[in-house]
Design a protein around this ligand. Structure first.
Ligand SMILES: Cc1ncc(COP(=O)(O)O)c(C=O)c1O
Length: 384
C-alpha cells in the first residue's frame, strides 16, 4: 500500500471510531461571540478566561509594539530577536509570578518540551501525573530520565513512585496546576511537602492557573500557603492573558542555563513583538481590574450549580473548566452539534486527548460571559 492509501485507510478508521477531527472556521465577533457557517453562537470553549483577548488596552499595547518593532522579531532571541519588549515582558512576568527570573518561549508547548529536559536527564527520574497535558508528557519523554507515571492526583501512588525513584540521581515531580481536560486542581501544598520528604523537586505547569488562581490571578503558587516552592513554574500567555507565548520562571541560574540549553528557545525566532505588547497590556489590566478574576469564579459557580440542578454530573473542580463526561465518542459529538444548533459552541473532547471511554463535553467559562449568555447556555442544555 502506498503512503497516501495507507493514510486514507487510517482516516477511514478514525471516522468509524468517531475520532476523525475536522477543522472549522470560527469567525470571532468580539466578546464571547462568534459566527460559524454564518450562524452566530456564544463560545463556551475558549481559554480567554478573563475576556482580555480583545480588551482595548491589550489591543493598544499590541499595536504599539507592532508599529514600533514590526511584525516579527526577525531572528532567534540569542541572535538579535530579544527586543526591549521581550525583556520588559520577562521582567514583569517574573515579578507577577514571584520568581527570580523568567525566559519567554514562542509557545507554552515549546517551553515544556525544553524546560523539563533541562532539569532532568539520563540517570534521573521524572514523575508525571497520568492526566498531565501532552506537552508535559512530551517534555518528560524528551528528557531521557526514567519516566514514572502516577495515578491522577493520587498522593499514595505518588509516594510509591517516589520510593521507587530513590535510586535515581535526581527526582522531578511534574504536574499541571489546573488539569486542562478535567478542571481539577492539584493539591500543591501536599505535593510539594511530599516531594521534599523524598528530596525531589517540583515542576508545575500553571497555564490554566495564571490569571485564575490566587490573589490577583497570580497563579497556583499564590493560591496555596506553600512551605516549599516548586523549583520551576511555567505558564502561557495564551489562556487567561489572551495572547500567545510560553514562559518559564525559576532561579536566575536555571534561567541562564535554560537559555543556553533549550533547543526550542535557541533554534527558533523570538516571540512576535505584538504578542509581547498584548501580554504586557493583559498583565496591566489584570493588575488594574482584579475584579475580573472574581467575576470569572462567580460565572463558573453559577454555571456549575445551574447544570447540576438540571441533573448534569459535573465532576470535582471549581474553576473555569467543566467537563461533562459522556463516554461514547459519537454521542459527545452529537451533543456538541445539538448545542451548536442552539447557538452554543461547546466542543466534544475525545481520545487520545482524554482516556478511552471518557469522551466529554468540555465547557470553559469566562469573566466576559454575560447573564444573557449563561441563560442561553442553560436553555440549550435543557433541550439536550
Ligand atoms: C496545561 C497546558 N500546558 C501547556 C499548554 C501549551 O500552551 P500553548 O498553547 O502556549 O502552547 C497548554 C495548552 O493547551 C495547556 O493546556
Amino acid at each position: 500500500m502506498n503512503w497516501l492509501d495507507d493514510m486514507h485507510e487510517q482516516l477511514h478508521q478514525l471516522d468509524a471510531q468517531g475520532l476523525r477531527r475536522k477543522l472549522r472556521v470560527v469567525d470571532l465577533l468580539g466578546g464571547m461571540r462568534a459566527s460559524i457557517d454564518h450562524k452566530d453562537c456564544v463560545l463556551f470553549c475558549t481559554n480567554n478566561y478573563l475576556g482580555l483577548a480583545d480588551h482595548p488596552k491589550v489591543l493598544e499595547r499590541a499595536q504599539k509594539a507592532l508599529l514600533r518593532y514590526g511584525a516579527g522579531a526577525q531572528a532567534a532571541a540569542l541572535v538579535s530577536g530579544n527586543l526591549p519588549v521581550h525583556l520588559q515582558l520577562a521582567e514583569i512576568t517574573a515579578l507577577f509570578k514571584g520568581a527570580e527570573a523568567c525566559l519567554i518561549f514562542p509557545t507554552g508547548y515549546m517551553a515544556n518540551l525544553a524546560a523539563i529536559p533541562a532539569l532532568v536527564g539520563e540517570g534521573d527520574a521524572v514523575l508525571c501525573d497520568r492526566l498531565n497535558h501532552a506537552s508535559l508528557i512530551d517534555g518528560c519523554r524528551n528528557s531521557k530520565a526514567k519516566f514514572l507515571i502516577y495515578e491522577h492526583l493520587n498522593l499514595e501512588d505518588l509516594k510509591k513512585q517516589l520510593e521507587r525513584a530513590g535510586k535515581y540521581r535526581r527526582r522531578l515531580v511534574v504536574t499541571d496546576a489546573i488539569f486542562s481536560m478535567d478542571g481539577d486542581l492539584v493539591p500543591l501544598l501536599k505535593v510539594t511537602n511530599l516531594a521534599r520528604e523524598f528530596d525531589a523537586d517540583v515542576y508545575v505547569d500553571d497555564s490554566h492557573g495564571t490569571g485564575v488562581l490566587g490573589p490577583g490571578g497570580q497563579g497556583v503558587t499564590h493560591h496555596f500557603p506553600l512551605k516549599h516552592h516548586p523549583a520551576v513554574v511555567m505558564g502561557t500567555y495564551s489562556k487567561a492573558l489572551g495572547s500567545v507565548g510560553g514562559f518559564v520562571c525559576g532561579p536566575k541560574i536555571f534561567i541562564e542555563y535554560l537559555l543556553n540549553k533549550a533547543r526550542t528557545f535557541v533554534f527558533t525566532t523570538g516571540l512576535p513583538p505584538a504578542a509581547c505588547g498584548a501580554s504586557l497590556g493583559a498583565l496591566e489590566v489584570l493588575q488594574q481590574e482584579p475584579e475580573r478574576v472574581e467575576k470569572l469564579w462567580n460565572n463558573a459557580k453559577k454555571i456549575r450549580e445551574g447544570l447540576r440542578t438540571m441533573g448534569y454530573d459535573i465532576p470535582r473542580g471549581a474553576g473555569p473548566i467543566m467537563p461533562i463526561i459522556v463516554g461514547e465518542n459519537e454521542e459527545a459529538v452529537k451533543m456538541s452539534e445539538k448545542l451548536l444548533e442552539e447557538g452554543i459552541l461547546v466542543v466534544a473532547i475525545r481520545p487520545p486527548t482524554v482516556p478511552k471511554g471518557t469522551a466529554r463535553l468540555r465547557l470553559s467559562i469566562s469573566a466576559a460571559h454575560t447573564d444573557v449568555d449563561i441563560e442561553k447556555l442553560f436553555n440549550a442544555f435543557k433541550k439536550l
